[in-house]
Design a protein around this ligand. Structure first.
Ligand code: C2O
Ligand code: CU
Ligand code: CU
Length: 499
């Protein structure tokens, strides 16, 4: 039997202990019974005990292939540590939401009910649908008790997308609380590849969120000015709300779909056994790429296949850090590193999938771009910033000197064209994202940046080749913004239309 104390020293602690574990350690409460420091007597605060090595709980699945989807946003409570529960939110769940599966070539009629007491919305991140169905516009906010309906024509290739709340000014705390879930698009081409695709067995969705846990085992989110500027970084990174769980998997290929749902941390996920990157934000790569680790910024997704033919238990670690960037130097010392989850090979489970050498056709040559636009992401608005900060209203951030204004539409882009967007990050690296479009990075810095994306880390100036995909409905705009949620909430967001 695993005692609570031994569990603290389980797989989750093998690499380097997160800050709160060191705190517990300092209280002499951890090594008891493990040949270490011994019992330090009772202290007024119980050490925070996180139960690692619990069985991995796959998120529930909702099948929307038939064309309908009903979701309900709700408030609940979740016990992240062993002690007191933390107030959380989710869709259909107390924390996070079910994995929704949709199929290319269908139309899904979605109805989202707001069962909470706050305004929420449901933005389908990465899904190119008309602006009134996108969920990110101010017009799509769902009042408590109300129902929002969206008609979603699914016309793009298979991919791992996600859905989350997107109410301006409160996306950070509400998404942090759990208003997010996975959205998996399927298609015939993807099915024909024979990749591992049995949910909960060899195809696992892993939503990453970092949390700060206080002395009462409560997850806390109360960013101060510096945290708003540089980012929030928790003590631990949870996998679907679990701390270092163990997933029993077949001794064959295992597909993992990672979604970075953190407010501002980027995550480097490392694999100690042969692993292939097969997909990025908008779908599969042309060919799998052998990797030892992948890094995902807030909003980004990757699909990997871990080769578990060697059996045994394989720990997958995560290193979380703030975005950093050239302008403020590395922030590695602020990082947190521990086991994210482990895969335990079980020969009794059926090993079914394979990873072909060829996944998709090489991406089309991009047509020449005619329209160029330039965007400067600004964290510091000078005197205005300081005045607001002194008045206790928090910072004002902007794009091209304009903080977010729901009444301003910055431009209209032509559907079916490709534009060149020159994006500059002035102070630190920012993960840039836009709705209704997808983009290529002409200068990929890592395999995760090849092929079609919807979030790209901007450090200095980078060009994006932006394919304008979705149509907009009169006066309902698409958003473009930084996916560091406090930056977005502080005004680093703009609106555009398509025509
Ligand atoms: Cu992930 Cu505008 O959103
Ligand atoms: Cu989005
Ligand atoms: Cu930012």
């Amino acid at each position: 039997m695993i005692t609570r104390r031994a569990a603290v020293l389980g797989a989750g602690a093998v690499l380097s202990a997160p800050a709160f574990l060191r705190r517990a350690d300092a209280q002499g409460m951890m090594h008891d019974g493990m040949g270490g420091g011994g019992m330090g007597g009772m202290s007024d605060t119980e050490p925070v005990a996180l139960q690692s090595d619990q069985p991995f709980r796959p998120l529930p699945e909702i099948n929307a292939r038939g064309g309908t989807l009903a979701l309900r946003a709700m408030a609940g409570e979740t016990r992240f540590g062993a002690g007191v529960a933390t107030p959380t939110m989710g869709f259909e769940e107390a924390y996070l939401g079910p994995t929704v599966r949709m199929r290319r070539g269908t139309i899904v009629n979605a109805a989202v009910t707001n069962g909470t007491e706050i305004p929420v919305s449901t933005h389908w991140h990465g899904l190119n649908v008309p602006s009134d169905a996108d969920g990110g516009a101010p017009q799509s906010v769902i009042r408590p008790g109300a129902v929002w309906r969206a008609r979603l024509p699914i016309e793009q290739p298979a991919a791992t997308l996600w859905y989350h709340t997107h109410v301006h000014g409160r996306t950070a705390p509400d998404l942090w609380s759990g208003l997010a879930g996975a959205l998996i698009l399927e298609d015939d081409e993807n099915d024909a590849l024979g990749l591992p695709s049995t949910p909960g067995l060899d195809d696992l969705v892993v939503i990453l969120q970092d949390k700060k846990i206080d002395g009462e085992d409560q997850a806390v989110y109360d960013p101060d000015m510096m945290t708003i500027m540089h980012g929030y970084l928790g003590d631990i990174v949870l996998a679907n709300g679990q701390y270092a769980p163990v997933a029993e998997v077949p001794t064959g290929p295992v597909r993992l779909r990672f979604i970075n749902a953190s407010t501002s941390a980027q995550h480097t996920i490392s694999f100690p056994c042969p692993t292939k990157l097969i997909g990025v934000d908008q779908g599969l790569l042309p060919r799998p790429v052998e990797i030892a680790d992948v890094t995902i910024a807030p909003g980004e997704r990757v699909e990997v296949v871990v080769d578990m033919r060697g059996g045994g238990t394989v720990p997958i670690s995560v290193a979380a850090s703030l975005m950093g960037g050239m302008m403020i130097g590395m922030m590695g010392s602020d990082g947190v590193r521990h086991t994210l989850m482990s895969l335990a090979g079980n020969v009794d489970l059926p090993a079914r999938g394979r990873v072909p050498d060829r996944l998709t056709d090489d991406p089309d040559q991009l047509p020449a771009t005619v329209i160029e636009r330039a965007f400067v992401l600004q964290e510091n608005m000078g005197p205005m910033q300081h005045m607001r900060a002194m008045m206790g209203n928090g910072p004002v951030m902007a794009i091209n000197d304009e903080p977010y204004d729901p009444d301003r539409i910055s431009f209209t882009a032509k559907i079916g064209t490709v534009e060149r967007w020159k994006i500059t990050a002035e102070d630190m690296a920012h993960p840039f994202h836009a709705h209704g479009v997808k983009f290529r990075v002409p200068d990929p810095k890592r395999p995760e940046e090849t092929d079609w994306k919807d979030v790209v880390v901007i450090d200095g100036t980078r060009d994006l080749l932006v394919a304008i995909k979705a149509s907009s409905v009169k006066d309902v705009p698409f958003m473009f913004h930084c996916h560091i949620l406090k930056h977005e909430d502080a005004g680093m967001m703009g609106q555009f239309l398509t025509a």
